[in-house]
Write a protein that binds this ligand. Structure first.
Ligand code: 13P
Length: 241
């Protein structure tokens, strides 16, 4: 299957993994260039500045994995979008299902984080996704479009943002969604968000399945967890763009 030429935003989410050694290996792996898409790496926040210094010369942008809703204040341990931006980050993931599950982040909080990100000049990567139960009960599209609707309610006012569909049951399971499921969900999401917003797919993307997933209609790129911790895999996916 030929790749969808617009599926060109490739984002690696390192989650709570990695270190300077992994940055070194990744920088060496990407040094030869060879891709035409847009690459973003989201390492742990402690590595953002160093990641930006090492990867920006290679044309790779960096992003955070979460931000607080407030601009500043008495929020021990939290990071505002402005603090992330000050490291050189240009993106931030918000509403990842791991945060929704572990910290009870709800739609309205995700909306507020999205707005905080755009106010700080970051491009938010807003994650939405259905659970296995949602899918089994036939409510997957309804749940996911509700999650997106909450964010749109916050009046993004035409500022750039990215949507990522990550079925919860596909994350870290080794079982990516099928091309049919991806096409169905991405069509539903496109109908909600309109024309310009890239819609990424995430969930068990590997170098082996990336080409097929990128070929699905309305897939604007990929959000990659485990395979982004393997610089050879991440580079192979990127060079497929
Ligand atoms: P995996 O690629 O490891 O399934 O993780 C996906 C993810 O959660 C990216 O945000």
């Amino acid at each position: 299957m030929s790749a969808n030429p617009s599926a060109r935003l490739i984002v690696g989410n390192w989650k709570m993994n990695g270190g300077l050694g992994l940055l070194d290996v990744l920088a060496a792996e990407l040094a030869g260039g060879g891709w035409t898409g847009r690459a973003v790496v989201c390492p742990p926040a402690t590595l953002l500045g160093e990641a930006h210094r090492r990867l920006a010369p290679l044309g790779v942008e960096v992003g955070g994995q979460d931000c607080h809703v407030a601009e500043r204040g008495a929020h021990t341990g939290d990071l505002s979008a402005a603090l992330l931006a000050a490291t050189g980050a240009r993106h931030v993931i918000v509403g990842h299902s791991e945060r929704r599950a572990a910290y009870g982040e709800a739609d309205l909080q995700v909306r507020d984080k999205t707005l905080a990100a755009v106010e700080a000049g970051l491009s938010p990567i807003v994650c939405v996704g259905d659970t296995a139960e949602d899918r089994a009960s036939g409510r997957a599209v309804e749940v996911v479009t509700r999650q997106v609707g909450a964010v749109l309610d916050g009046a993004l006012n035409g500022r750039p943002w990215v949507l990522a569909y990550e079925p919860v049951w596909a994350i870290g399971s080794g079982r990516a969604a099928t091309a049919d499921d991806i096409a169905e969900m991405h069509a539903a999401l496109r109908a909600v968000v309109g024309g310009a917003t890239p819609i990424l797919y995430g969930g068990s993307v590997t170098a082996d399945n990336a080409g097929e997933i990128r070929a699905c209609p309305e897939v604007g790129g990929l959000l990659i967890g485990g395979a982004s911790l393997r610089p050879d895999q991440f580079a192979a996916i990127l060079r497929g763009c």
